[in-house]
Structure formats: structure tokens, C-alpha cells
Design a protein around this ligand. Structure first.
Ligand code: ADP
Length: 398
């Protein structure tokens, strides 16, 4: 059985075709500049590559290009899209409505659309992609929605509420929803599996550190708290996002510079974080290279981000009254040994002891704590696409 996994943005579309017999990726690719011009880069598992510039006025043309790449191009991996059993969509915001993955029917599509108010950068693009799939593949092809927020639905009320007047929660649903849930669920599950314990009996902290970053406290097998909030802006400093800061800093700047809420949103989401502080890049590798050359702001950005990550980890140890295991994942979490060492060394009071040799390993599933360490620390590469494919299969098998 083959599952097609879609991660759609407003102008881009990432996809993977996964064979669920052996959970192997048959092909993956990316369509870019949808609505502007259009380009596809497609890679088959055996290394064959197909790339083309082709007009993509909407997501429908992008899916047509993907079908061509999968079934007809030099890098084809199937004869017909009929071989694909279902399509699994990554959906950023499921609000309080979606507690888990579900088949996309008219009602679900409408709900995802309405939740666009809470995720204006993401949900409208998902809706476009789902509608384009219906147009390209027909209504019979099952489509499943897998939400970034559903793993976080178990947060207790006192954890997800903001200390704003209660009416804003009642009127608009303003509260913490979290994000990256698919990844935190996958990684915490895998962590428990490799340690050989039941996740239900563990206190786990998962650190998903990529372009977007979040940390989650997983207690008794469920999400207890997570760093992202109402939107993926909350938490700690990321590539281009601020993370938590005093909101009055923003109202002050808005007044001084005559900025609208949309301007503030843009600055906080796209111009801040590691990029905003360093002035160099949103990519940690570039910033680390600049710091190495003596760039003070680059070093400052790195120091700030590490410190904020440590604070979140520490706060979740407090929130759960302890921690059994910590996992690092995402581009930074899987590759940046210096960051992991900094965090672990500052958790020495908990009995965390890092194996400096193992910690040099990159991007592999590996235990980086010593056998004496009171807390197990691992690198667990995330695989959100596989998690989406597994959920999709489970839903259509019901
Ligand atoms: P996304 O959130 O877009 O999926 P990734 O998980 O790929 O992003 O993470 C991207 C981040 O990972 C970038 O900041 C990049 O610099 C960082 N990264 C990738 N490789 C390394 C590395 N070898 N050392 C440090 N950081 C790395």
C-alpha cells in the first residue's frame, strides 16, 4: 500500500510517496513558486532526479506536475496514481476541534478553513491543496488530515490558558495550541521504544530544533506542556521568530514606528530571531561561521538561543517534577553538538552526563548520555512524513 504525504504552503508543496509495506520512501520532491511561476524538483529513492520549470498558477497544476514526475518522468516510481491508496496532509492548526487525525469530508474541510483565523499563514494554503487534490485525483481518493496541534490537545486547562481577560478565550479561542505535535509525538514514542520503556511511565522532554523550534514536556505518554503557543511564534528564539517576549516591547515599537498589527506580525515572524539579532542569516550554520570570525552579534544570537532552550528544558523539568529522558531532533537538534553539550552540562544538577564522543555524531539515532547519567539523552531524528503516512493508513484502515 502506498501513501502520498503532502505538506503544502501557500507557494510551495513538499511531498513524499511512501510504501507502507516497508515504510520506505519511494520518492520525494518539492514544488516551488506556485502562483508566481512554478518549478518542481523530484527525487526517486534510487537517486534519479527530475526537475522542471512549469507553470503552476495554482496548486492543481503543481499536483499535475507531481503526477507527471511520479508516473512518467525519467525518475518515475509508479505507473499510475491509482496505485496510491490515500493522501495524508500535514495541517498546522486543528484548534480545539480536532483531537486526532481524520478523514477529510466537507465538514472537516470547512472546519480547517475556518481555523485559518488562528493560522493565517498555513491553513488557507492547506485548504487550497486539499481542494486541488480533489480536482486532480477525484473525490474518491481518500484524504486524511494530520494536525500539528492534536498531540497537544491533552494539555491541562491551567497550562494552555493565557492570563488575559477570559472573554477573549470565549469569543475567539485565544489560548495555547502548540505546534510540531506530529514530531513530538513521533520522537517521544521512538525514544521510549529505544529505551525499552512504556511512554506512559515516563517523563520526557523533546527538543525539536529546526528553522521553527519547540520543546514539549511529555508526561504519562501525553503532552503536558509545549513551548509554542497560540501560534508557532511563541516559545524561544528561532531562525526568524522572536519566541516569548514582553508584549509591551511590541506596543512600544508599534507606537514609535507607526506600525500596524500586520507589520508587527511580519517583524516577529520573519525578521527576528537568529536573523534579527545576528543580522547575518536565519541559518545557524552561517551564524556559527560568522561567530567564529569574531562577529559579536552572531555570537550573541547563538548564546541567546542556547540560553532560552536551556530555560525551557529546565522549566519542563520543574513542570513534571523530574525528567527521565531528553531527545534532540530537527536540523539543529540532530546536528549541533555544541548546543546539546551546553544544555546537558547545565543540567548536571539533575545527574545528566553527556558522552562527548557520542555527542559528535550527527543526524543519527544515538544515545549521547553516558551509562552513569541519571537522565537518558538521545538524538532521535524526526520523521513527520512517516508519522503522517502511518496515521493516514490507520484512518483509512478503520
Ligand atoms: P525546518 O524547520 O525548516 O524543517 P530543519 O529541521 O531542516 O528546518 O533545520 C534547519 C536548521 O538546522 C538551520 O538553522 C540549519 O542551520 C540547522 N542545521 C542543519 N545542519 C546543521 C549542522 N550541521 N550544524 C548546525 N546546524 C545545522
Amino acid at each position: 500500500m502506498k501513501i502520498f504525504v503532502v505538506n503544502a504552503g501557500s507557494s510551495s508543496l513538499k511531498y513524499q510517496l511512501i510504501d507502507m509495506e516497508n515504510e520506505q520512501v519511494l520518492a520525494k520532491g518539492l514544488c516551488e513558486r506556485i502562483g508566481v511561476s512554478g518549478a518542481i524538483t523530484h527525487k526517486a529513492a534510487d537517486g534519479r532526479v527530475y526537475s522542471a520549470e512549469t507553470a503552476m498558477p495554482t496548486h492543481s497544476e503543481a499536483f499535475e506536475a507531481v503526477v507527471y514526475a511520479l508516473t512518467k518522468s525519467d525518475a518515475k516510481v509508479i505507473d499510475s496514481f491509482d496505485e496510491v491508496s490515500a493522501i495524508g496532509h500535514r495541517i498546522v492548526q486543528g484548534g480545539a476541534i480536532f483531537k486526532g487525525s481524520c478523514l477529510i469530508d466537507d465538514k472537516a474541510l470547512n472546519d480547517i478553513d475556518e481555523l485559518g483565523a488562528l493560522a493565517p499563514l498555513h491553513n488557507p494554503a492547506h485548504v487550497l491543496a486539499i481542494k486541488a487534490c480533489i480536482k486532480t485525483f477525484g473525490k474518491e481518493k481518500p484524504q486524511v488530515a494530520v494536525f500539528d496541534t492534536s498531540f497537544h490537545q491533552t494539555m491541562p486547562e491551567h497550562v494552555y490558558m493565557f492570563a488575559l481577560p477570559y472573554e477573549y478565550y470565549e469569543k475567539y479561542g485565544v489560548r495555547k495550541y502548540g505546534a510540531h505535535g506530529t514530531s513530538h509525538d513521533f520522537v517521544s514514542n521512538r525514544l521510549a521504544e529505544v529505551i525499552g520503556k512504556d511512554r506512559k511511565d515516563m517523563k520526557i522532554i523533546t527538543c525539536h530544533l529546526g528553522n521553527g523550534c519547540s520543546i514539549t514536556a511529555v508526561k504519562d505518554g501525553k503532552c503536558f506542556d509545549t513551548s509554542m503557543g497560540f501560534t508557532p511564534l511563541d516559545g524561544f528564539m528561532m531562525g526568524t521568530r522572536t519566541g516569548t517576549l514582553d508584549p509591551s516591547a511590541l506596543t512600544f515599537i508599534a507606537e514609535k514606528e507607526n506600525l500596524t498589527p500586520a507589520d508587527i506580525n511580519h517583524i516577529c515572524n520573519k525578521e527576528s530571531g537568529v536573523l534579527g539579532v545576528s543580522g547575518v542569516s536565519n541559518d545557524n550554520r552561517d551564524v556559527a561561521a560568522a561567530a567564529e570570525q569574531g562577529n559579536h552579534r552572531a555570537q550573541l544570537a547563538i548564546d541567546m538561543q542556547r540560553y532560552q532552550i536551556l530555560k525551557f528544558v529546565g522549566s519542563y523539568v520543574a513542570a513534571m517534577n523530574g525528567v527521565d529522558a531528553i531527545a534532540f531532533t530537527g536540523g539543529i537538534g540532530e546536528n549541533d553538538g555544541e548546543l546539546r553539550r551546553y544544555v546537558c552540562e547545565n543540567l548536571a544538577y539533575l545527574g545528566v552526563e553527556i558522552d562527548n564522543e557520542k555527542n559528535t555524531i550527527r543526524g543519527e539515532e544515538v544515545k549521547i548520555s553516558t551509562d552513569n547519567s541519571k537522565v537518558d539523552v538521545y538524538i532521535i531524528p524526526t520523521n513527520e512524513e512517516l508519522a503522517i503516512a502511518r496515521d493516514t493508513l490507520a484512518i483509512i484502515s478503520k
